[in-house]
Design a protein around this ligand. Structure first.
Ligand code: PDD
Length: 285
């Protein structure tokens, strides 16, 4: 595949972008990342993704000097040369290469920065139209899920297990309450049309799409509440959905084999999808 990847100052062909086996990103998942949607070549919510990236870096004490403008222009360049109309840009920063030591304080590191693009359909997908089926699993990730690190094994195992069971994804449960999805935020809508999603805390990733959806709800006088909800509440909710940069708003029509509402995509979610889509269109024009 003829596709460029940015690695530490150089644009490589995909197969030539190589990182040392002594990189702490490889050995310890000592790395943070961001995934930003690209629609018509435009980076959606770029500033918010960059600000979350900076926060993740701060939370793991990784100092990284690159200018924001430079990051933006590398991302734009990759979108252009790789001809991405709809898809995503991935950026990862690791602490860098060093001795394999749990204590990283003694060593001096040059962070590794990798940026690549992926073509992907985000708008008008089958899932966005028909909805997805999910299963629930006990939460098995670490306790700082607000930091977007590359420690994704638990999520990856869970999503694979969901797929083996013939479902599309999973929601995690901790202390009786849904936290979030394997790579998305979880929402339900109750009979009063109130949109409910978990409040921000280290227990969930503060999704950029999540906050846009809440902002659009506010603007459009749709009721919403940020609080925990249980599996029972989800089962008997009127509607449910997930949000993420790679899916935007996708309806959830089944949880643990139990239909949510009528088991088809409901009107509230359709309305939220429309609001989100219109806002993206506005920003593109
Ligand atoms: N994941 N929660 C988790 C655990 C996530 O991994 C993601 C995104 C989200 C949604 O955040 P946002 O709306 O900012 O994309 C919530 C990305 C898409 C990924 O890892 O590929």
């Amino acid at each position: 595949m003829n596709e460029k990847v940015y690695l530490n100052g150089t644009y490589f062909e995909r197969n030539d972008a190589l990182v040392s086996v002594f990189d702490r990103g490889f050995l310890f998942s000592d790395a943070v990342y961001e995934v930003t949607a690209v629609i018509k070549g435009f980076l959606v919510d770029w500033e918010s993704h960059l600000s979350r990236l900076k926060n993740s870096l701060k939370e793991i004490n990784l100092s990284f000097e690159m200018q924001e403008k430079e990051i933006f222009s590398i991302q734009k360049k990759l979108i252009d040369v790789n001809k991405i109309d709809e898809g995503l840009v991935y950026i990862q920063i690791t602490r860098g290469v060093g001795h394999r030591d749990f204590n990283f304080e003694e060593d001096h590191f040059e962070p590794t920065i990798v940026i690549f693009t992926q073509e992907k359909k985000i708008l008008n997908t089958n899932k966005a139209e028909k909805g997805i089926k999910i299963v629930t699993f006990d939460e098995m990730r670490w306790k700082r899920r607000d930091i977007k690190t590359t420690q994704l094994l638990a999520s990856s195992l869970a999503k694979t297990e969901a797929s083996k069971r013939g479902k599309d994804d999973c929601w995690f449960i901790e202390d009786g309450f849904i936290t979030e999805g394997s790579s998305s935020n979880a929402f339900i809508i109750n009979d009063n049309g109130e949109v409910i999603t978990r409040e921000l805390s280290p227990k969930i990733l503060g999704g950029i799409t999540r906050s846009s959806v809440l902002e659009f709800c506010k603007k459009n006088n749709l009721n919403f509440r940020e609080s925990g909800f249980t599996k029972i509440e989800a089962k008997y909710a009127c509607e449910a959905f997930i949000t993420s940069a790679t899916n935007f708003v996708v309806p959830v029509i089944e949880i643990d084999g139990h239909k949510i509402g009528k088991g088809v995509v409901g009107n509230y979610v359709k309305e939220i999808q429309k609001l989100y889509f219109n806002e993206i269109q506005k920003r593109l024009s």
